[in-house]
Write a protein that binds this ligand. Structure first.
Ligand SMILES: Nc1nc2c(c(=O)[nH]1)N[C@H]1C(S)=C(S)[C@@H](COP(=O)(O)OP(=O)(O)OC[C@H]3O[C@@H](n4cnc5c(N)ncnc54)[C@H](O)[C@@H]3O)O[C@H]1N2
Ligand code: MOO
Length: 400
């Protein structure tokens, strides 16, 4: 398995209302919205957000010459006579270390002028009041600014704020960071047959989409701030859309063209423009992307649970990336362990396990069933074409 940057391609013109090829649907989602406004938060609050501006070092690291080892800071060739001890954090000012003398130092201790090397305890011998050992000039001395200079560009805007980013920001003197917070997502899971507890039974289907949403949204870079289970009905959906204030709205179920499938007509009545009317993929072809008059997007997820997951990974990822103005995530590829038949015209999203750089299909991938996805590490993107795919396929990683 290896990684590549995703490429930017132009979107061809096509018949209005027709389902869109999978890759094109993702490009449309990734260009449908403007980035959210930037905000300043403390370093402690920034995890999971995206840098809105480049991060520069506010100070040199290290800020002064320091020892990289516990031992003796020596001047010139040995043997040396030993004078005093300096610990990390010691703010007293020490006189220069003269040739032929040494001072005991802790790792991180500031080195006085005149030090030419640090001799670790393990390499030092003390006898007859003298210190001896191999002190190569410059060895175990960390010079001021050798890790980074003040003002140095450390990270570009668009970098996801990970634990390491918090650490380097704090180390170079930042207390607050300009970021774009993870976009907020509100979801309406629709279906009068759905229940949230107990056994499924005649006319009762346990909601399998709702429980997936927090983890999937989080893995794609957003935060699920609201999740409601709604009965079928145009009015209830209209009311929900009117009250949902999140950056992105998700509707699961009701995406198709049946008597209880209200999502598209309700959005049309609200003045939404359908950007992606359907996606040429399996499962998940009834998914859609709509642009509301206020500039927010609504994503329609098919009710079948594995189809809902496939749709979420297809459209929500690029949409959240665009809202956060995040740098493109590396695209992962792997070779399929066995030949997987391609569909003549639709992209297939196939649950696979990864081992030894190969992707092996796990089966159990009916649109209504999440067992394959639960067994899998990723969904393999098998492009259309009829014959068995050759070479590598793109992977959509699954959280966990
Ligand atoms: N005439 C057509 N019918 C259908 C088409 C089509 O193209 N033409 N597409 C089929 C495909 S593919 C899918 S997927 C579904 C999508 O349907 P909806 O999004 O309208 O969803 P529902 O009809 O409400 O439900 C479909 C199925 O999934 C079950 N479901 C719904 N929500 C959940 C949930 N949260 N947890 C578990 N199961 C859920 C629901 O009970 C139905 O069995 O349309 C096909 N029909
Ligand atoms: O495409 Mo549906 O989304 O097969 O289950």
């Amino acid at each position: 398995m290896r990684q590549r940057e995703s490429s930017t391609r132009s979107v061809p013109v096509r018949r209005q209302g027709a389902a869109v090829p999978w890759a094109e649907a993702r490009i449309i989602a990734g260009t449908a919205v403007q980035p959210l406004p930037a905000t300043e938060v403390t370093v402690g609050q920034a995890l999971g957000s995206t840098l809105a501006e480049p991060l520069h070092a506010r100070a040199a690291l290290p800020v002064q010459d320091v020892s990289a080892m516990d031992g003796y800071a020596v001047s010139g060739p040995g043997p040396w006579t030993l004078h005093g001890r300096i610990l990390a954090g010691d703010r007293r000012s020490y006189p220069p270390v003269l040739p032929g003398t040494a001072v005991e130092v802790a790792t991180g201790a500031a080195l006085p002028p005149g030090v030419t090397a640090v001799l670790p305890y393990e390499a030092a011998h003390r006898r007859d009041g003298l210190l001896r050992g191999p002190a190569v000039p410059g060895r175990h001395v960390r010079r001021r600014g050798e890790d980074c200079r003040p003002g140095q560009l450390l990270l570009p805007a668009g970098t996801p704020v990970t634990p390491a980013v918090l650490g380097i920001a704090a180390a170079t003197g930042h207390d607050a960071l300009p970021v774009r917070l993870p976009p907020s997502v509100a979801a309406a899971v629709t279906g009068s047959e759905l229940s949230t507890a107990g056994l499924p039974g005649p006319g009762r289907v346990r909601d399998a989409v709702g429980p997936m949403l927090p983890g999937l949204v989080d893995a794609l870079g957003g935060t699920l701030v609201r999740r409601d289970l709604l009965p079928d009905g145009a009015e209830v959906l209209r009311e929900w859309l009117g009250g949902a204030t999140a950056d992105v709205l998700l509707l699961s179920g009701a995406t198709s063209r049946g008597a209880a499938d209200h999502a598209r007509p309700v959005l049309a009545a609200l003045g939404a423009r359908i950007l992606v009317p359907g996606v040429r993929c399996r499962p998940g072809h009834p998914q859609f992307l709509a642009l509301l008059p206020d500039g927010r997007c609504a994503v329609g997820l098919p009710g079948n649970p594995f189809a809902a997951m496939a749709a979420l990974l297809t459209l929500l990822g690029p949409l959240l990336q665009a809202l956060a103005a995040g740098r493109p995530r590396p695209v992962r590829y792997a070779r399929l362990a066995v030949a997987v038949p391609a569909h003549p015209v639709d992209t297939r999203l196939v649950p696979v396990r990864l081992a030894h750089g190969r992707a092996a299909p796990v089966g159990h991938d009916a649109p209504s069933l999440l067992l394959g996805a639960a067994l899998a590490d990723a969904l393999a993107v098998v492009p259309p074409g009829g014959g068995a795919p050759v070479g590598e396929v793109e992977l959509l990683p699954l959280p966990g």
